[in-house]
Ligand binder design. Structure first.
Ligand code: HEM
Length: 127
C-alpha cells in the first residue's frame, strides 16, 4: 500500500473520531478535554491528511520505508499524546504528563524526519 493511502485512511477515521468527541463535549457541556480534542484533530486529521497529499505528489517517497516509518510514528505518537493530554485535563496529571511528554517528544523527532524527507524530495535537480 502507498504511504499516502495509509495517511488518507487513518486521517479520515481520526477526523471522524475527533468530531464525535467534539459533539460529545458540546452535548454534555463539559469542555474540559478540549485541548486533547484539538490536538487529535490537528495532528491526526489535518496534518496527517496534508502529509498524505505531499507523499502522493512524490511517488518515490510514497513507496519508501522512511515515509512509512514517519507515518506510523506520527499516528502512534498522536494517539499517545492525545490520551496524555486528555488525562491531564480530566484531573489525572500524574498519569497524563508522562504520556503527553513522550508523545510530544516523538512527534518533534518525527517532524524532523518529515522536514528531512520534504527537503530532500523538493531539492532542485542537478543541472
Ligand atoms: C463535529 C465537529 C466538531 C465539534 C462538534 C467540535 C466541538 C468543539 C468544542 C465543543 C470545543 C470546545 C470549545 C470551548 O470550550 O471553547 C472545541 C474546541 C476546539 N476544536 Fe473542535 N469540534 C469539531 C471539530 C473540530 C475540528 C475538525 C478541528 C480541527 C481540525 C477542531 C479543532 C478545535 C480546536 C483547535 C479547539 C480549541 C479552540 C479554543 O481553544 O478556543 N474541532 N471543539
Amino acid at each position: 500500500m502507498q504511504v499516502s493511502t495509509l495517511c488518507f485512511r487513518i486521517a479520515v477515521l481520526t477526523g471522524l473520531a475527533g468530531m464525535v468527541w467534539g459533539m460529545a463535549m458540546a452535548g454534555s457541556g463539559d469542555h474540559a478535554t478540549l485541548p486533547a480534542h484539538a490536538h487529535l484533530n490537528l495532528l491526526g486529521w489535518l496534518a496527517l491528511f496534508a502529509a498524505g497529499v505531499f507523499y502522493r505528489l512524490h511517488p518515490a517517497l510514497d513507496r519508501s520505508r522512511l515515509a512509512l516509518l514517519q507515518t506510523i510514528l506520527w499516528v502512534l505518537a498522536t494517539l499517545v499524546m492525545t490520551v496524555g493530554v486528555a488525562l491531564i485535563y480530566s484531573g489525572r496529571p500524574d498519569a497524563g504528563e508522562p504520556l503527553a511528554g513522550i508523545g510530544g517528544a516523538v512527534l518533534v523527532a518525527d517532524m524532523l524526519l518529515f522536514v528531512a524527507l520534504v527537503w530532500r524530495s523538493t531539492a532542485a535537480p542537478a543541472a
